[in-house]
Structure formats: C-alpha cells, structure tokens
Design a protein around this ligand. Sequence first.
Ligand code: NAG
Ligand code: NAG
Ligand code: NAG
Ligand code: NAG
Ligand code: NAG
Ligand code: NAG
Ligand code: NAG
Length: 871
Amino acid sequence: MMLVALTYFLIFLIPVYNSSEINCQLSSINLTGYIKQGDVLIGGMFPVHNFQIYPPILFTEVPRVQFCSTLQFNMFQYMQAMVFALEEINQNASLLPNVTLGFWIYDSCDSQTRSLQGTMWQLTRHKTPIPNYTCRGTSPLAVVIGDSKSFMSIPMAQLLGVYKHAQISYASSVAALSDKSQFPSFFRTTVSSEYLPLAITRLITFFGWTWIGILAEDSDYGLIGSQMLKEELMKVEICVAFYETVSPYYSQEKIQRIVEVVKKTTARVIMAFSTASNLYPVMLAIAKSDISGKIWIATESWASHAIFNKKEFLNTLKGTIGFAVPAGNIPKFKEYLYDLHPLKTTADIFVQSFWEEAFGCRWPDPNIDQVSLQEGSRTGNLCTGKEDLRTLDIQFFDMTNLRRVYNVYNAVYVVAHALHALYSCEPGKGPFINSSCADIKHFKPRQLLHYIWKVRFQNTVGQEMFFDRNGNPPTSFDILNWHLPSSGSFVYVNIGHYDFGVSMGQDITINTSAIMWSEGHVQAPISVCSNSCGPGYRKTILEGQPVCCFDCIPCSEAEFSNHTDATECIKCPDDQWPTKRRDGCQKKFIEFLSYREPLGIALAVISILGSLFSVSILIIFIGNCHTPVVKANNRELSYLLLLALVLCFGCSLVFIVRPTTPTCMVRQIAFGIVFVICISCLLAKTIMVIIAFRATKPNSNLRSWLGSRLPNTMMFSCSMVQVFICVTWLIMGPPFSQMNMKSQMGKIIIECNVGSLTLFWCMLGYLGLLATVSFIVAFLARKLPDSFNEAKFITFSMLIFAAVWLSFIPAYLSTTGKYTVAVEIFAILSSSAGLLACIFFPKCYIILMRPEMNTKEFIMGKTTGNLQKIK
Ligand SMILES: *[C@@H]1O[C@H](CO)[C@@H](O)[C@H](O)[C@H]1NC(C)=O
Ligand SMILES: *[C@@H]1O[C@H](CO)[C@@H](O)[C@H](O)[C@H]1NC(C)=O
Ligand SMILES: *[C@@H]1O[C@H](CO)[C@@H](O)[C@H](O)[C@H]1NC(C)=O
Ligand SMILES: *[C@@H]1O[C@H](CO)[C@@H](O)[C@H](O)[C@H]1NC(C)=O
Ligand SMILES: *[C@@H]1O[C@H](CO)[C@@H](O)[C@H](O)[C@H]1NC(C)=O
Ligand SMILES: *[C@@H]1O[C@H](CO)[C@@H](O)[C@H](O)[C@H]1NC(C)=O
Ligand SMILES: *[C@@H]1O[C@H](CO)[C@@H](O)[C@H](O)[C@H]1NC(C)=O
C-alpha cells in the first residue's frame, strides 16, 4: 500500500525538485488554491482548467512544468456547488452548530501529477509538500472531495488510503475503485460503472435487440466495462456484432477501421463504452462519413456531454439513448451563481478567468501602464465588472439537468452529516475505545471514516443517501434520449429510470412514447442478425456464426412449433395432428361411415330398399302360397330364405353407425349368422332337388327322405354350427371398437377390431365352405331334367356370390377407413341382391306376369310328376 503510494509520489513529485539545488530542498512551486479557513477543513479537487498536452516525460531532463489551459465551465460550476453547499451548511443552525466548515480547493487541471500535488498540499497545508508533515495548526482536514476522472482519483485514493483519510469522488465511476482492499477510504456519490453493463443489458432486452455493436475505450473504464457488458449480454443470448477498441491516442488508421466496421455492420444498435473526449475523434469521423440510422447507446460519461451537442453530430447522434447519473436539484444555487463577482469573492482565484471566458473580456493587469489600459478599453475587450451574468444564455445557469454537480453537493452533505454525527457524540457512549468520542477539533482521519460509513440521510430530492460496503451510493440511472427540436441542438429528455436491486421487470421503466428515434421511426427499430422464426418453423444454427444468426426451417409434416424462435419442433399427441401451418395441434378428424354423409345415406337407402323388396316378394309369395310356383321346392324354405335376405339387407345398416363394441359384435355376428342361414337354405333346396329327382327313380329308398323335415333339420344344424362358432368367438375374443390413429395421417379411424382373428376366419371359412358345397351340389344338379329346376338358379347365384366375395378381398385390402366398411356393405348388398334376383325374380315373373304358366302342368313340363310327388 505504502509502496504504491510512494511510487506515485516519486514519479509525480520529483518533477518539482529543483535538481540544481545541492541541498535537495523541495522546489518552491507555488501551490495555491481557493481557500477559506474554518474549524474543520474540507479539501476539494476539481479540474477547473483543461490539461495542456505536453511531451512525454523522458527522465533525462527536468520535466517541464505543466500549464493549465482553458477553463471548463462545468467544472467551475461543480466547484461552486461545493462552496455553495458549505455556505449553506455553515448557515444551518441545526447542522453542525458552532462549527464553521472551511475549504481548500485545488485545480487539478485534468492531470494526475497535479491531483497528487494538490492532495499533498491539502494534507500538509504547506506550499511545498513534505510527506508525513503537516502544519495544519488547529483545524483538521476532514475529507478530500474529488477528483473528477477515475485516472486522477486512483493515485489520490492510493495516497489517501495510506492515512485512512476519507476521499469522496463525485464523478469517478471506474469499477476498480469499489475494491476496498485497495482503496479503503474511497467513497463516491456517483454510480459505479460496474452496474452499468447490467443496466445497458436490461435496456437492450427491453427493446428486444439481439445484435449489438460495441465500441470500447482502451482503458480500465472501457475494457472492464465492455467485458462485463459482454458477459451480461451472453447470459441473455444477445450477440455482439462487432467489438472495436477506441484508442485514447489519436490514430487515423484505427479510426478509419472503426468507421468501416460501423458502415458495414448490420447491427442497428451500437454501444460506446468510452469517455467523451476519446470518443470524440471517432464519432467525428463517423459523422463525416454520413452514417446515420444507428441507435447509439451512451454510457454515463458521454450521455449528456456538451462536446457532442454540435452541428456536425446532429444527424448521426439524433435519438441516442444514454445512461446518466440521476438528476437532482439544488435550491437557490442559481441565485448563488448569479451573485458571483470577481470583486466580491476575491478569494476565489477562478472567478476572474470565468468572467473573462464568459464575457470575452480581459481584466486589466495591475502592472500594466495606463496607456495600454486605455488602449485595451478602446478596443472594447477589457472587463469592467459591470457585466451582468443574468444576460448570459449559457448552460452554466441551466438548473434542469443537475447531475454530477448534484453529486458534489451530496458529497459535501455526506461530510457534514458525518461530522455532525461525530460532533453529537455523547461522551461515554462513543464508538471508540473505552466508549470514547472524537473531538471535532482534533479528530483522527479514521475516526471520521467510521462516521462516513454509517452516514444516512435524505437528500433534497428525497432520496436516502448512504454507502454500501464498497463505498458506493444507491445505484440508479436516468435514461436520456437525445431529442432534436427545431432549435438545432440536442435536448436530453429523461425517458426512464433504472434502479439496481429492484426485482427484474420493475428495475427498468421507460416511457416509450417519449422516445424520439433516429430517422423518424415511430417504434423501436429492430436490431437482429436474423429475423425470428415464426411458429411452424425451427431455428438452425449457421456454422461459425453467433447464436443470434440462424435459418428458419419449416417443421416436418407430423410436427409443430407453437412459439417464435423454437429450437425444436415437437410431435403432437397421438389424438392430435399439426395444423396446416404447423403452428399448433388440432384434434384429428374422426372418420367412420355414418348416416350423415352421402355415401352412408346411399348405402342405407339401398339396403332399406333391398329389405323392402325382399319383404314385398315375401308378401307376394304368401299371397300366392297355393300356386304351384310357390309350393314347388319347399315353400317354408323359400319363406325362410326371403326372411334371411331381409335380414341380410338389414344387417348392413348396423355397419353404418359409429363403431362401438356392442355394434361391432352385432355386425359381425349378424353378418355371419344371417348369411349362413341364406346359404344353408340354398344348400337344403339343392339337396332337396337331388333327393326329389333320385326319389322318382324306381325302388329308390330316398322317398322316405322327402318331406320338410330333412331340409329344416339340415338348415338348422348348418346354422347351429355357425352359432356355435360365433358364441365361441364372443367368449374367446370378441370384436371391439378401436381408434386407429396410425394408419392414416391426420385421421382417427374408428373401426372394429375383429378380436380373435382365428375365430373370425373360422366364421368366414365356414361361410365359404357352405357356399362352396352349395355351389358344387347345385352345379351337379343343374342338368337334372326339370322345367323349373332351381339348381340352375342356385348355381348361378352362387357364382355371383363367389364373384362378389372374391373381388371383395382385394378391394377390402386396398381401401382404408370408412371405405373399407363401405366396400364390405357393398359386398353384402350385392351378394344379397344377387341371391334375391337369381332365385326369386324368375318365380315372381311367372307369378305376376305369366299367371298362365303358374300351373301344375306347366311346371311338370315334359317330365311330369317329379315336383308334384315331392309335395
Ligand atoms: C510564489 O509566490 C511568492 C509570493 O506569493 C513569490 O514571491 C514567488 O516568486 C512565487 N514562486 C513561484 C515559483 O511562482
Ligand atoms: C438544516 O439541515 C437540516 C438537516 O439536513 C435540514 O433538515 C434543514 O432543512 C436545514 N435547514 C435549512 C434552513 O436549510
Ligand atoms: C454554541 O456556542 C455558544 C457560545 O459559545 C454556546 O453557548 C452554545 O451552547 C453552543 N452550542 C452548542 C450546540 O454547542
Ligand atoms: C510520521 O510522523 C510521525 C510523527 O509525526 C512518526 O511517528 C511516523 O513514524 C512518521 N511516519 C513515517 C512513515 O515516516
Ligand atoms: C480504558 O479505561 C480504563 C479505566 O477507565 C483504563 O484503565 C484504560 O487504560 C483505558 N484504555 C484505553 C485504551 O484508554
Ligand atoms: C410519456 O411521455 C409522453 C410524451 O412525452 C407524455 O405525454 C406522458 O405523460 C409520459 N408518460 C409518463 C407516464 O410519464
Ligand atoms: C405450446 O405447446 C405446448 C405443448 O403442447 C404447450 O404446453 C404450450 O402451452 C403451448 N404454448 C402456447 C403459447 O400455445
């Protein structure tokens, strides 16, 4: 600690030695400042003047004494804020009564050397600084307020840290100063830049930007800040389009490079983590190359800096968004400033040059003779002291944006409150050894430090002022937007606020309607590498590019994505299906054959017509039951066959309903049994024909078989076999309905599962077997002489039956869903119709059209008697 400070001390103070003096006395450079004596003194360090650039120290010759160049109005204002605050406190009867605060203010001229010199001057209170020596007299130096820039505050903090002497900076924001092991007595009333990256990240996410360019000053401030920013951005998946460093030394080459990068980039938003003076040449080059339409994000160091409020930047920087130290108000400060006058405040060594700068005049040099004085007054550039500050329209008197200057004001109040607490200590209840108190006139620096850590008060804008454990005040930023009204210079409009430590979502508030964007955008412009993928698409990362750059690929047929920028498409649940745009799932279309659709209606109408037709034939038969045609070949079997055909047509109706487990059972069983009845009726009829024929032969012992018992028994037993199969089927593995989600895309097919396949095929096989037997028998009997041989018709009907069901198989296998069922119904209907037509139409034709043929004789035909005998 000590060593570091002493190194600084040597480097920066050696120049003041006069090497020609052999006795090695410290050189007597006149260190003076703005001094007011008091019971307790407060040091102030302000770069009231600019730093004049001079050649680097060569260490081979005595370095040249530095010159301070032009007066900086804003710094002069800061300094006046300190003086003003101290006067206010001295007049306040409730704050430090009976104690007068004095000050020693030094102009550091933007130079580290001078800020260290000034610190030594304040510590030793001697115009030639001697380490570890003070001729302070009775009044102690409480605190040093300053300096402005971090690079000047750091050596000061190292030196003051050795003595544990409190230092409160009003503008040094570098994060490193939060390290209390290095800078144990450093405090600040400005926001530490370590919180800025988070605030910027929140702003960027607020506007949904994901593609950001970064310019970083090549210094602790820019490099550490931008590094932290990059880390924060990475956490929320925002990509950095480019990263360029801004050199603190002027380099045309480097500037040109940055201009090219900014010109080429697709990022709309560019963040510049830099101080104003170093950014200036870069920004000037950018402005000259006419790059506009970018949204610049400014750090607190240039967010409202006057250096950019010039004509050449208006187009480029319009709409810039910046983070600034929160504004405050200093009551009566304006009046105080208007009251400044070089002749009134003679101790103020700066007010004269302020006056000269402000009015563009010169104070006459007291040494100058009368002649040149008159000459000067004739040319009109001599100050008279009668100039009025109220006639000036300069930002110096603008009290609407008191930001850093308010930090100065606050810093003075921090000291006052700390001193007040020290002063109000009750003896015996103090915080120090043996509960002792410190004496306001002779306290030690570390005793005041104790009170500064504990200070807590409300400032003039009602905010609680205190220090966290890193010596930082509560963190918040104002968010400024650079508006360009017709007056032709930027106006910094407060559009929002960022508070650190407030829960996510409430930490940043932005009044978007108050923002004026560049190029007349009404809404926040978009800054992305790739446009986001809508629902129905997924992102694919492009090789070798940041994650923000991607392609969008549509989801595959069976998948969907329902939010933007999905990384993966998802499968729908089994009963759902992606919508056409693949942006969600919809219920699959449920398919089954029903009465609500044309196909179902047509099939139902046909089957009802078929049934009615069969019924009407039955009625015709019953009506003509005594005619030979009806009587021929077992009337009861014909009735039964007709009834079975009615049911055949009717059972197809069961196929046209939504399949449920009961209807599935009914449809298979009904189909199986009804058709077996039909076929067995036919078989019985054929066999009856054969028996009847054989029985006509002499000596035939088949005669006893004639009669209705045999066919009925046969029909009954044949049917019972099928009933047995069906009952077994119902017990072993009954049919049930199921939802088939797999066989067809986008559809749920409600279908009947046959349950036990074996028994299903047994049923069908048995039906086929009966049909085959029936066909063979009928085929053999077709030639039997009989003018009304039914065997021919039965053969024919069996052929149709076989044809229908054989062609059914390929049709059944090649259709899906409801069409399978429709094919099945069609087969049932057509085979039933075939049977009906082949067997009953000829008879109906005779009954209805040719009643003259409906006689015993005609039916007997040439071979008489056969059928007659059967009856
Ligand atoms: C310092 O100030 C004193 C009187 O104020 C003057 O005599 C002396 O010449 C000054 N020295 C320098 C180096 O300016
Ligand atoms: C004096 O200081 C106290 C404490 O800060 C404050 O409440 C009060 O308003 C001040 N009085 C005046 C007259 O400024
Ligand atoms: C201020 O000083 C006066 C006179 O010296 C004394 O009477 C008064 O008590 C002091 N007030 C405080 C608060 O110390
Ligand atoms: C500083 O001076 C004090 C006495 O005034 C002495 O005790 C101390 O050792 C000195 N410190 C250094 C570093 O010379
Ligand atoms: C604390 O007080 C006790 C008694 O009053 C005294 O003996 C001791 O020296 C004091 N300690 C210090 C460090 O002053
Ligand atoms: C937002 O800004 C608009 C325009 O400047 C202003 O009219 C409105 O009052 C502001 N809203 C809030 C909540 O500050
Ligand atoms: C997207 O789909 C998932 C899974 O189906 C669901 O949990 C989520 O709520 C959906 N999101 C939206 C915005 O629809």
